[in-house]
Design a protein around this ligand. Structure first.
Ligand code: UD1
Ligand code: CA
Length: 472
């Protein structure tokens, strides 16, 4: 295949990431619910990479498993048995592409902010540039820790000097190497073979290829926005990058007509879909396959995981929902808890401290205060009173409680499943329902009340007498 047709990408991910101080390989640390390494891989595919090869080493098995689960055959792994530097890593990666003669993009596995546009722009420049190497560069006030871009008086790139190998004067240079390159395959193969570990870290530096390119046709620098180029070395940077990603996602939703009230404090994972005119308030977390419908309002502090919020629904503060569906125009919260398998229909109302699990609720049904509704099948226009509990578990098995259309469950009732309350039936407050209630019937199961006139005063006297006796 000719190189004008495409490119392949190497993602270097074999390093340990010592500064993370973690049992988990650095590139598997999650940002917004996805492993670090998935970000540069997705950007490479987004830019049109024909193949992506990840170089793995530290924690190779776990990293390889993650990649095959996520990408299947689309990503291959090349093992770097010993972490001898980024140059050695690139050599291992290229070993997995023996017949590729086009352009090879190389990025580091912690480049989570890199965009498809950055990579495709790099490739466009590389195609036009006659020399064998093109790289992104960026400028910041203090480039400590990064390799510096050394240029000659005419502004041509001469080499990259690693931070630890910099002279005092070179340290002042603010243009740095973000570690995003495109190289011609033949050049990469030959140049890597010439690398030596003559540097402060005794490693094979990929960055030494820049000086070699400068001498053989030129190294081309493409200045790019530093906000897409910061990597991750420690936990502090991990959190900052996650924050950067979250803000970027929030702004993208706003461009598409969603209000994200406080983009600094909303965490919306990349997989989440939000439709127009939805409003997401501060401190909301939307995770996984969550989908928020048109005009829906997700209020402060809600955590929604794999949850579908219908059009026009209102999710009041501090509601938590997992693997559930909230119907259109439904109103839930504050402090509702939907556990997996909850399906609320249209115009349902759930109030504070109502917990549901694997429960369906039909249109117009309500449970406005304090309830546990587990394994329920609730029809339409059912009213579930405060303090109702579905006793769904007998210690071994779970059982279903069915409330048919129009039924009414008085406050503080317990329904001992399996049990059915028929259509339009009433359950009086405080009833423990252990048998099915027929349609249109009323069930009442509580001790009859007895009033004893004047007994309150006598009771008080007795209690007072006991109190004085004790204090003597
Ligand atoms: C590297 C660059 C530096 C640049 C900086 C940008 C080199 C020599 N230096 O420095 O110029 O400014 O990134 O962030 O390339 N890796 C392997 N195998 C190895 C060593 C590293 O796969 O043997 C991988 C790591 O997993 C990591 C990436 O290469 O994803 C970069 O390695 P790292 O040690 O972080 O390089 P820096 O010192 O940050
Ligand atoms: Ca680094």
């Amino acid at each position: 295949m000719s190189e004008t047709q495409g490119f392949v990408a190497l993602v270097l991910a074999a390093g340990q990431g010592k500064r993370m101080k973690s049992q988990l390989p650095k590139v598997l640390h999650p940002l917004l619910g996805r492993p670090m390494l998935s970000y540069p891989v997705d950007a490479a595919f987004g830019a049109g990479a024909e193949r992506v090869v990840c170089v793995v080493g530290h924690g190779a098995e776990r990293v390889t498993n993650m990649l095959s689960q996520r990408y299947g055959e689309r990503v291959s792994c090349a093992l770097q048995p010993e972490q001898r530097g980024t140059g050695d890593a690139a050599r291992c990666g290229q070993g997995a592409l023996p017949s590729w003669n086009g352009l090879i993009a190389i990025v580091y596995g912690d480049s989570v902010l890199i965009t498809a546009r950055a990579l495709s722009t790099l490739i466009e420049h590389a195609k036009k540039h006659p020399g064998p190497l093109t790289m992104l560069t960026a400028t910041i006030p203090d480039a400590t820790g990064y390799g510096r871009v050394i240029r000659d008086d005419a502004g041509r790139i001469l080499k990259i000097q690693e931070d630890r190998d910099c002279s005092q004067a070179e340290r002042e240079i603010r243009e740095f190497n973000p570690g995003v390159y495109a190289m011609r395959a033949g050049f990469l193969r030959e140049a890597i073979a010439k690398l030596t570990p003559q540097n402060a870290q005794g490693e094979l530096y990929l960055t030494d290829l820049v000086a070699m390119a400068a001498e053989h046709g030129g190294a081309c620098g493409v200045p790019w926005d530093v906000n897409e180029l910061h990597g991750i070395n420690d936990r502090n940077e991990l959190v900052q990058r996650e924050h950067d990603l979250a803000r970027r996602i929030a702004l993208e939703h706003m461009v598409r007509g969603v209000t994200v009230r406080d983009p600094e404090r909303a965490r919306i994972e990349p997989s989440v879909i939000i439709e127009q005119d939805a409003v997401i308030e501060s401190g909301v977390e939307l995770r996984g396959r969550t989908r928020v419908g048109r005009g829906a309002h997700v209020d402060v502090g809600c955590v929604l995981i794999d949850t579908v919020v219908g059009d026009g629904a209102l999710v009041l503060p501090y509601t938590v929902s997992n693997e559930s569906t909230i119907g259109p125009d439904t109103r839930i919260g504050p402090f509702s808890h939907l556990r997996p398998g909850t399906e609320l229909g249209r115009s349902v109302h759930l109030g504070a401290f109502v917990e549901t699990k694997k429960t369906r609720m039909g249109e117009g049904s309500k449970a406005n205060h304090l309830a546990y509704l587990g394994d329920g099948v609730i029809g339409r226009d059912v009213n579930v009173g405060a303090g109702t509990i579905f006793c769904n578990y007998d210690g071994v098995n779970k059982h279903v409680t069915t409330l048919e259309d129009g039924s009414f469950i008085g406050s503080d009732s317990q329904l001992v499943a399996p049990v059915t309350v028929g259509k339009n039936a009433y359950v009086a407050s405080g009833t423990t329902v252990t048998q099915d209630v027929p349609e249109e019937a009323m069930a009442i199961g509580r001790a009859r009340q007895v009033n004893k006139p004047g007994l309150a005063a006598r009771l008080r006297e007795r209690l007072m007498a006991m109190k004085t006796a004790r204090s003597k």
